[in-house]
Design a protein. Structure first.
Length: 389
């Protein structure tokens, strides 16, 4: 995959911007806490980063069809760099910081939607496309493991604003890589009416196509249930007698398993096998979570989460299935909606299981999430595909 020049540029740009974004999340959380001394407001930084995906995905999804892809990607990176740069200005009040974060969040689903739509043109649908998508997911998961460590190191050497400067530079670097590393492509649809109206019309059409709707709902609800142990990492660490900082080890479990799953499923399994294991792999994601009812210790809990992450092998089959199932005129909209939806539903999952943890023991909430995930995976299992690649 990395032998394809355009994919290589997209891949490198993704690594740079993802690491920058994770570092910025750490830095901004610290900056907000320094200004307010409020854990709730500091936590709102992470929550606010998910909400714009719902708005941007619904009202700006048409950008994947209407606008030239390279221009959109570069402009999104440069606009994000400018907004992060504004956060660095001394004296910006807390509402201003949160407004800037929200604006960056509105840009993210447009960027990801356009990138998702252009990827099948860079890597033709089939095994190469599935592997390319797996590599992109590996970047996102690895950024969670590496990025938080890098953020901690940067904050040890720099102020939070210094780390935000590094993030702004990462967005600018990503834009340069995409500008000179990808080909110019015109918008693929005639511009008609407002962007918001066109986006909502496309959303309705995608959801009206039942097979595509099932794939999207499966791809959103299964991860929303899997995130329960991450949402409750700190309370669970305390519950088993560990310091709250041990939550960092728990947060590494799922990403480690997910990276391994992507390597195995995308590189070693045929398209037919990838699709046949979608439901069994999803169920594997939830079986280890049921064991949390027995209060496993820290080492065992991390191991269970790594095994749960292996269940993410279902995503490789879903990637190819969505390409084959979505009607050709709606493919770009479906791809954009898939990315925006998974980010929002994961954020909603964090909130839902976090709220449940306020009322129920964490050793009950995590198995409860596993039960909900099993139901979602079973009821929304994809139909037999029309064709296999």
């Amino acid at each position: 995959m990395l032998g394809v020049a355009e994919f290589r540029a997209i891949f490198v740009a993704n690594i740079v911007s993802m690491l920058g974004s994770v570092v910025a999340a750490v830095a901004l959380t610290v900056l907000v806490y320094q200004q307010t001394r409020s854990p709730a407001l500091a936590a709102s930084v992470m929550a606010l980063s998910f909400l714009p995906y719902l708005i941007g995905g619904a009202l700006l999804g048409a950008a994947a069809d209407r606008l030239p892809a390279r221009r959109v990607l570069v402009c999104c990176d440069l606009a994000s760099a400018a907004l992060v740069g504004c956060m660095v200005i001394p004296g910006v009040p807390l509402p201003g910081l949160l407004a800037l974060l929200f604006a960056i969040g509105l840009i993210a689903p447009v960027y990801q939607g356009v990138r998702s739509a252009v990827l099948p043109e860079v890597l033709p649908p089939g095994p190469h496309y599935v592997l390319g998508r797996a590599l992109m997911r590996m970047v996102a998961q690895s950024a969670q493991v590496v990025g938080y460590g890098v953020g901690g190191l940067l904050l040890a050497a720099l102020s939070p604003r210094g780390a935000l400067v590094a993030d702004a530079m990462s967005f600018a670097a990503s834009g340069l890589v995409l500008r000179f590393g990808t080909a110019a492509r015109p918008g693929s649809a005639t511009r008609r009416g407002s962007m918001a109206r066109d986006s909502l019309a496309g959303l309705r059409k995608v959801f009206a196509h039942r097979p595509t709707r099932r794939i999207l709902l499966f791809s959103w609800l299964v991860p929303a249930c899997v995130v329960a142990p991450e949402a409750l990492a700190a309370p669970y660490a305390t519950h088993i007698g560990q310091p709250a900082r041990a939550a960092g080890f728990l947060l590494m479990g799922l990403p480690i398993g997910t990276v391994a799953a992507d390597i195995i499923a995308a590189r070693m399994l045929t398209s037919r096998v990838q699709r046949r294991i979608i439901v069994p792999a999803a169920l594997l994601s939830f079986a280890p979570l049921a064991a949390f009812a027995g209060r496993p210790g820290l080492v065992l809990a991390v191991g269970l989460l790594a095994v749960a992450g292996l269940g993410h092998a279902w995503a490789a089959g879903m990637d190819g299935l969505l390409i084959d199932t979505a009607p050709s005129g709606l493919r770009n909209r479906a791809l954009a909606l898939a990315g925006a939806g998974i980010m929002f539903t994961q954020g909603a999952g964090f909130a839902l299981w976090g709220i449940a943890g306020q009322w129920l023991p964490v050793t009950a909430v995590i198995p409860l999430a596993a039960t909900a995930g099993v139901l979602a995976a079973t009821l929304l299992r994809p139909r037999r595909p029309a064709r296999l690649t």
